[in-house]
Ligand binder design. Structure first.
Ligand code: PLP
Length: 446
């Protein structure tokens, strides 16, 4: 059967990679296969597998970095915990947009928020003897579990979709009451489902973190990108919902990759409340040389991992944050485009027989943002990933994200501009035609 991409080439490139299952490939593996098919078939895919920003980096950040490089910072080691002006701006940033007070001392840059997640896992799971487990509130970013495995930390997980609102409390407590959970992690907005916890749910998480003395690793990789509310005005409500309002047992992990389109610079931010930063833990010393949490973080974990963050990118981010905090650069406005794309792309998919898997946010309809989730009747997510490759569309299966919804895919909107919508529609129409809903749904190609 003829498909938008020559099926012989698709099959040949899939086989060449020698994977047990394309649908279970990691994001980077799938990315490689699609690159190879694109080259062999000389066709461009609708690339939705990888969450990379599709917008240019802000000029203020670029100029800030260039100026710093010209001044010669490249030859000097940066402080492990960041240059003072950046620490100040991160502290101001969390005040302006989340409305929490965190001392600049415990606000610092990391090599992407990825490194921030890694450090948070290292330090929280060794903080208190006997409490070494991570609980992932899934679906989630698959590589976070890889990080836990790399450092040999045990973890549990559950899919939150069926446990929204008050139901979250009982479910969460069923894990925490065992007493071995050191920390829990979720992203908000959620990668991949774009779920956003409500204030009531964040309050539940915060209260339980207090009760069981565990740390909430709140991954704000899509900071301010729930476009249903306008979080763009510094110092003014509405503020970005955060567990920080309900407990002191938290670590904020903020990425500059998506909200600021700075993924290539590998600079993120960590903010730890003063009380936790200055606290002690009886499990820390053997690993980090100190029983003080903040000291262990900076002079143990950060020293051992990368000894700080590229000096020039700290100046770039610092210049950008200053403009954002002063209200002269509206970062939300700059990335709203993703929400507009999602709205249209979702319509194109649902108009051709696809369904949105995570469609509700507790009692509200899910927002339009960087990701959405999809299914097609009769297909598992793993089958759908592979079948869509023949139609020039790439996405990842939700199975890799800890989701219970094995029929689903995650689609990222960032690389599909309006100029590709027509082609996306044609490909989806071809898919729908080849997979009519009233027949028994067979995977045709794989
Ligand atoms: C949930 C989540 N956390 C962390 C990251 C990593 O961010 P960074 O590029 O700042 O390392 C991402 C990037 O896709 C993400 O989706």
């Amino acid at each position: 059967m003829k498909t938008p991409i020559d099926p012989t080439i698709v099959k040949q490139e899939i086989d060449k990679m020698g994977l047990a299952s394309v649908g279970l490939a990691s994001i980077r593996e799938l990315n490689r296969i699609v690159n190879n098919i694109e080259t062999a078939a000389n066709e461009a895919y609708i690339r939705m597998e990888m969450g990379v920003p599709g917008l240019n980096p802000p000029k203020i950040a670029v100029d800030g970095e260039i100026d710093a490089l010209k001044k010669g910072v490249g030859s000097k080691y940066p402080p492990f915990d960041g240059i003072p002006e950046l620490k100040d701006e991160i502290s101001r940033f969390v005040k302006q947009f989340i409305d929490v007070d965190i001392n600049p001392e415990s606000c610092f840059p990391t090599v992407g928020s990825m490194q921030g997640c890694y450090m948070a896992m290292m330090c929280t799971t060794r903080r208190i003897k006997g409490q070494n487990k991570i609980l992932f509130l899934d679906p989630g970013f698959p590589v976070n579990k890889r990080q836990a495995s790399v450092i040999g930390v045990p973890f549990d997980n559950f899919d939150v979709y069926e446990y929204r609102g008050e139901k979250l409390k009982i479910k969460l407590e069923s894990y925490l009451e065992k007493g071995d959970v050191a920390s829990l992690m979720y992203s908000n907005p959620n990668n991949p489902a774009w779920i956003c916890f409500t204030d009531r749910e964040l309050a539940i998480i915060g209260e339980l973190a207090n009760k069981y003395n565990c740390i909430v690793m709140e991954d704000l990789a899509y900071f301010g990108m729930d476009f249903r509310k306008d979080y763009s005005v510094p110092g003014q409500a509405p503020f970005i919902p955060s567990v920080a309002k309900y407990t002191d047992n938290y670590i904020l992990l903020i990425s500059s990759s998506k909200s600021f389109s700075l993924a290539g610079q590998r600079i993120g931010m960590t903010a730890i409340p003063d009380k936790l930063f200055n606290s002690k833990g009886n499990g820390l010393e053997p690993y980090f040389g100190s029983d003080n949490f903040g000291y262990a973080y900076i002079f143990g974990a950060m020293y051992a991992l990368s000894s700080g963050v590229s000096h020039s990118s700290q100046y770039g981010l610092s210049a950008l944050l200053k403009a954002v905090n002063n209200g002269t650069y509206n970062f939300v406005e700059s990335v709203k485009e993703y929400g507009e794309r999602a709205k249209i792309m979702k319509t194109l998919f649902t108009g051709n027989g696809f369904l949105i898997v995570y469609d509700m946010d507790d009692t509200q309809k899910i927002g339009d943002g960087f990701y959405f989730t999809l299914s097609y009747p009769g297909f598992t997510g793993v089958e759908l990933v592979e079948e869509l490759l023949y139609y020039g569309i790439s996405a990842i299966s939700l199975t890799t994200t800890g989701s219970d919804r094995h029929e689903g895919l995650r689609a990222c909107v960032s690389l599909t501009g309006p100029d590709r919508f027509g082609q996306l529609e044609d490909r989806l129409k071809a898919f729908a035609l080849d997979h009519p809903k009233d027949s028994d749904f067979k995977v045709i190609h794989s």
